[in-house]
Structure formats: C-alpha cells, structure tokens
Write a protein that binds this ligand. Structure first.
Ligand code: NAG
Ligand code: NAG
Length: 321
C-alpha cells in the first residue's frame, strides 16, 4: 500500500467516524417543560428528561450540569460518578443514577431569587444535548388589614383608611370598594415596598371626607395576573350616639353579674373570717383559765395526744421552763 492510498483510507475512516458521531448526537434529546411555576417557600421542580433514539438502548449518562443564567458556577454537576451541588439543589429523583433519564432539578425551598432561566447540559455515551427552561416564582398575599385614622370614625368625620397586605409576589394591587361595590381605587394611593425576602408589601390609603362616608369599605388584594386573592372589610359606625350607648348597655350586662359574684365572694370571705376568729377565740377561752394550773394542762394535753393542740402544748412547755 502506498502513501496515497493510506491517506485516502485514513480520510474515509475520519469521515465515517465523524458522521457516526454526528448521527449518535441525534439520538439524544433533552426535553424540558418550558415554563415552571414555583411557590415561595415550597419545593420547585424544573422538569427535564433525556430522550434517546430508538437505536439507543441502555445509554449511560456521563455528565449533567444545571446552571442558572447569570450565575457564576453551576448549581448541580454530575461528572463520571460524582455529584456536586449547591445547598438547596438536587436531582428530583431521590436515588438518581447515571441510567436514570429523568434529570429534573429540585429546589428545596423556593425564593424570589430563584426566578430565572436555567440550562441543563447532558453528555452521554450516545451523544450530548442541552435545553433551557424558566422558573416563575409566586407568593400569595396575606389577608389584608384595614386601619382608620382616627381610630373610631363616623359618617361625620374626615378620616383615612389604610389597607395593608404583605408577602406576595409578583407585584399585586389593592383596590377599594364601598357597600354597593362601587370602585373607589382612583381616590386611593397605593405604595409598594420590596421586603428583604424579595416579596412585596402593599399599602393603600383612602381618604374620606365627612358627609361622604359610606357605611362599609372593602379592600381587596389582587395578584399580578388580576386574580382576587383576599379581602378585608371595614365598617363605619352609624351614629355617634348609638355608638356610645351600645358599650354602656353591654358593659352593664357584664357588670351586673360581676357585682353579684363579687358580693357573694365577699360574703363568703367575711363568713370565713368570722368563723376562724370565733374558733380562735374559743381556743383562747379554753386555754385562759387553764394557764393558772400549768402542770394540769401539760399532762392533760400529752395524755389526750391531740395533734391539733400541739401549738398549745409547746406554749405550755415554754411557760413551764
Ligand atoms: C421526574 O422525576 C420527578 C421527581 O421524581 C417527577 O415528579 C417527574 O414526574 C418525573 N418526570 C418524568 C417525565 O418522569
Ligand atoms: C392569581 O390568582 C388566580 C386566582 O386565584 C390564580 O389562578 C393565579 O394563578 C394567580 N396568579 C399568580 C401570578 O399568582
């Protein structure tokens, strides 16, 4: 064989090898759910599976890398038998091994910072592949609270209602309605604060002028996609007179039984004190005349062996000594 034919053979082999490799690559396909939604504080799953062509049986995974766009290092790496990961990230499959084609990533406790685009790169003995997938994070807003300034209001006072709701994501909205479901949001002013955890704190102030105050206001918190999440209601006291009358009436309802119970207890205490004093007195009465005859008392008491009279017994001994 001359040099030329050897060269040609080499060339042919190289071409065959490369095309075989390329063909092999086509047998591997990483399929991911394109959109994943995670709940704040809960587990999130970024679902990806490796799909192999019909001709590939028993493919072995050599490398899996999960990386978040914008991050320096990877979150999870499996490289020839060894898995390394950052805390809070793992394979979703509990006992994952290099023959398990489900390479989904599990985030243990979802935070707002986990929002973003993730890429999964896979290398197998039958070819390589990669795919990106995104994670959205949502957090439900807390039940709103309404406070009024001043504390108690009537239709005849100027006042401000402040509605607050915390701990939601993405940015939501607070809206105001009166008892007829008329929207008063335009008359309100909403402020949004980003808390340390990355969640939003919403607060909205609705100013009410005297004479134009309705009997009931509802503050509704809506999530980012306009879905109603929760609400709170504030009732305006109808008339100042009845307002002052009601607590008095209800107070006397509470006071009356208290007085009865109180006098009962006092009576019992007095009776008890009276009884105790009387029994003491009777004791003293019985002691007094006996004090003159010391010996008589002591012998009498010790003979009787009455536990209840031990105190007297000692006193007696003291006076004897
Ligand atoms: C991948 O594994 C996770 C965790 O076990 C599971 O929830 C998910 O359904 C699996 N996906 C597929 C396509 O099998
Ligand atoms: C908003 O609320 C609706 C209704 O409760 C819900 O279906 C939707 O998923 C929520 N959207 C977000 C972004 O939280």
């Amino acid at each position: 064989m001359n040099m030329a034919s050897t060269g040609i053979l080499l060339f042919i082999f190289t071409v065959l090898y490369i095309s075989a490799g390329n063909a092999k690559k086509d047998f591997i396909n990483v399929q991911c759910k394109t959109e994943n939604v995670g709940q704040y504080g809960q587990q999130s799953l970024l679902e990806c599976v490796i799909q192999t062509g019909k001709d590939v049986t028993d493919a072995q995974i050599l490398v899996v890398t999960w990386k978040k766009q914008g991050d320096e290092g990877p979150l999870l790496v499996f490289n020839r038998g060894v898995t390394k990961h950052q805390p809070g990230f793992s394979f979703a499959e509990p006992s994952w091994n290099n023959r398990n084609m489900n390479v989904s990533l599990l985030i243990t406790s979802t935070a707002v910072v986990h929002k973003g685009v993730y890429t999964c790169v896979v290398m197998t003995d039958s070819g390589d592949g990669s795919k990106s997938t995104s994670l959205e994070v949502t957090a439900k807003y807390n039940v709103p609270t309404i406070q009024s300034t001043p504390k108690s209001i009537t239709p005849n006072t100027d006042c401000t209602l402040t509605c607050e709701s915390n701990g939601g994501y993405p940015k939501g909205q607070l809206r105001w309605f009166d008892q007829d479901n008329k929207d008063w949001t335009k008359s309100s002013k909403m402020e949004t604060k980003l808390t340390e955890s990355g969640l939003f704190h919403l607060s909205s102030k609705l100013s009410l002028l005297r004479g134009s105050v309705f009997s009931k206001y509802t503050c509704v918190v809506f999530n980012a996609s306009g879905g109603k999440e929760d609400e709170a209601t504030f009732e305006v006291l109808k008339e100042p007179e009845t307002r002052e009358g009601v607590p008095k009436g209800s107070a006397s309802k509470i006071v009356a039984p208290l007085v009865v119970i109180g006098s009962l207890i006092t009576g019992l205490l007095i009776a008890l004190l009276f009884y105790r004093r009387r029994s003491k007195q009777t004791r003293r009465h019985s002691t007094a005349p006996l004090m003159g005859d010391h010996q008589g008392v002591c012998t009498n008491e010790s003979d009787a062996e009455e536990g209840g009279h031990q105190e007297m017994d000692t006193k007696c001994r003291d006076s004897l000594a």
